[in-house]
Design a protein around this ligand. Structure first.
Ligand code: FES
Length: 175
């Protein structure tokens, strides 16, 4: 652990939610994923200090928390932009042009994979299969899926988000 690591604490409200949450599990370690989701909502991302706090709270080791944190693509271990773009690069998406979509996203946003735009609006990542291979190429932005992507569709989506229209969570195939 980094000696500089700061101590963090959940707010009263979050602590109350966690206490309630733990009543739903026979073993508090099983509540790791919902507690991490709550931590992300509270702190914006799961920093090292947050990870250590969650580990202590649930009687887990920090490496165990880290393992779960890095497995789930919606959990962030570093600050991200308001909109986290996660583009699938696995085979079905690659076969129908995810590389082109990625190139277009990089060009439009002026960033590389893993970076955030200077205005703090967009972070770009690539991920493994998003389980929507039949409608490839696919990306997820925060909680919303966007499928059958083309350059034009990407432009529309980015323009909508820049205007402040948040992505709406729709059933697959409707975005
Ligand atoms: S390969 Fe891209 S969603 Fe499955």
């Amino acid at each position: 652990m980094n000696p500089e690591t700061k101590k963090v604490e959940f707010s009263e409200k979050a602590q109350k939610e966690i206490r309630e949450l733990l009543t739903h599990y026979p073993d508090k370690r099983s509540a790791l994923l919902p507690v991490l989701n709550l931590a992300q909502a509270e702190f914006g991302y799961i920093s090292e200090e947050v990870m250590i706090m969650v580990a202590r709270l649930l009687d887990l080791t920090p490496p165990k928390v880290f393992e779960v944190l890095t497995f789930y693509t919606l959990l962030n271990d570093r600050p991200v932009g308001k909109y986290l773009i996660q583009l699938c690069r696995t085979l079905s998406c690659a076969l129908v042009g995810s590389e082109n979509v990625l190139g277009h996203l990089k060009q439009r946003l002026g960033i590389e994979v893993g970076e955030t735009t200077r205005d703090g609006l967009f972070t770009l990542r690539t991920v493994e299969c998003l389980a929507s291979c039949g409608t490839a190429p696919v990306m997820q932005i925060n909680g919303a899926f966007y499928e059958k992507l083309t350059r034009e569709k990407v432009d529309r989506i980015l323009d909508d988000l820049k205007r402040g229209d948040p992505p709406v969570l729709k059933p697959m195939g409707e975005n």
